[in-house]
Each structure stands twice: as C-alpha cells, then as structure tokens.
Design a protein around this ligand. Sequence first.
Ligand SMILES: [Zn+2]
Ligand SMILES: [Zn+2]
Length: 145
Amino acid sequence: MQEKRAHCVCGGGPVRETEKMNYSYQRQVVLETLRALKQHVTAQQLYQAARKNCPRLSLGTVYRNLNTLVEIGQAGRVCVPGEADRYDWDPHPHQHFYCRACKSTRNLELPTAGLEAELAACPGVRVEGYHLIVTGLCEHCLEQG
Ligand SMILES: [Zn+2]
Ligand SMILES: [Zn+2]
C-alpha cells in the first residue's frame, strides 16, 4: 500500500485506491494533462507530464487513452509526416503549422472558405474533410537565423 497519495490533476481530491487506476480515471488524467499543457504533444511528452501527477501511469496506457480520446472526439490528432503523431487539446477542426527546425506544431489561423469551395467542386470525389499541415520556420527559429 502506498502511504502517500499521489496528487492527481483530475478533480483534485484524493481518490479511493480501488478507483485509482480504472479506465475512465486514467482517461481523465490523460485528458486533463493534455488540456493543461495546451500544446501539441507526442504521447511520450504527455506521458512525461502526466507521470508527475500520476506515477503509476504507463506509456502504453497513455497511448491507448489518447487514441480513445481522439475516437470519441475529445482530443485531436495531428499527423506530421515522418514524425510521431501530436495530440491536440482542441478537437475542433483547425489547421496547423509545423516548424521544420524546432519540430513544433502550432495552430494556424487560415481563412478556409475559398479552399472549401474549391474542394467541394473537385471532380469525381466527395470531399468529407481535410487537414492542412503548413510547413516552414516559426518566428523563434527565424530569429535564430
Ligand atoms: Zn521553430
Ligand atoms: Zn491544434
């Protein structure tokens, strides 16, 4: 038995031992950590952050729960070619910018009405969605020269 209860990010209060590692509880920890970070993080990065609060979490559990959160529409996934997937605290459709130098991912404000009209007019296909990853250098890396 653990003497010291880990302080968890979810809910704040102490959790009964039997509830401590059940599936919905773990998912909540993963989701709360993602929302607290407010960054586009890899499963590994999220695992490192979540473990500070819940040392018993495993990387496999974090992966599984992140995928479930994406499936049920509570988190987003950003697929960066050749890189580990990033997970997004904001599940609503939006576009991303990827910096090739520091490998960071950020949201990109982009007027997409024109693009959506073009996509809807694509011959021979029915477009159901899209996800843009715009690549380049972020302002921080531009300053580094
Ligand atoms: Zn950068
Ligand atoms: Zn995003």
